[in-house]
Design a binder for this molecule. Structure first.
Ligand code: GRF
Length: 202
């Protein structure tokens, strides 16, 4: 399967996918990263792709006259690489109707909380502030809501008394990276069905 991965920051989830593909080979893993896209320049996530000569693209909201124009530009830049699956791994923008028209049902997101708890851009901080005793990460298909699409897999992470946001997020990311690598590989190798909110991977 051809993967386009969208990032906004350090790209450690992207790196986990790249490492798995290197370790198993694209045929063994069942997928290859054909391009990496971002909503901003100068981030480590893009550098990780450049180091491997993987094509990259940047779609910045401020370069477009409207959010809808940005959404269309992101959709077209992504479509140019003919992805089978789009992986949003730390991509910090909400995709719009143009993007979903092309990639709905084929776009996977990873979120650092146990959805439906703590959706949005501060899931780790919100779980900590709430006093949750366990939190974790969720890999799900993207729909037209914010972190509301059908759940594929989740991983649980305990919250420790001494945790601050970054310590807890680092521990979540350890689970998140292995969950994402496992899920993406299975989706790519086995195919999948989405029926309502239920995802089946044969
Ligand atoms: C991940 O935990 C992702 O779920 C969240 O931000 C983090 C991105 O990490 N949205 P990285 O860029 O993959 O290192």
């Amino acid at each position: 399967a051809r993967l386009v991965v969208l990032v906004s920051g350090s790209g450690t989830n992207l790196q986990a996918l790249l490492d798995a593909i290197a370790a198993h080979g694209p045929a063994g893993y069942g997928a290859e990263v054909v391009a990496v896209g971002a909503d901003r320049d100068g981030i480590e996530g893009l550098a990780r792709a450049e180091r491997l000569s993987i094509p990259t693209f940047v779609c910045r909201v401020k370069d477009h006259p409207s959010r809808a124009a940005w959404d269309l530009a992101l959709a077209e830049a992504t479509a140019a690489h003919r992805p089978d699956l789009v992986i949003s791994a730390g991509f910090m923008k909400i995709v719009g109707p143009e993007f979903l028209a092309r990639f709905g049902g084929r776009c996977v997101n990873t979120h650092p909380a146990l959805l439906p708890a703590f959706p949005g851009a501060h899931g780790v901080r919100d779980a900590l502030a709430y006093g949750a005793k366990v939190t974790g990460c969720t890999v799900h298909f993207v729909d037209d809501g914010v972190d509301t699409g059908p759940i594929i897999a989740q991983g649980v992470v305990e919250v420790r008394d001494e945790d601050d946001e970054s310590a807890l997020h680092e521990r979540i990311k350890e689970v998140e990276r292995s969950l994402l690598v496992d899920v993406v590989g299975r989706l790519a190798r086995n195919g999948y069905r989405i029926e309502g909110r239920k995802v089946t991977i044969p």
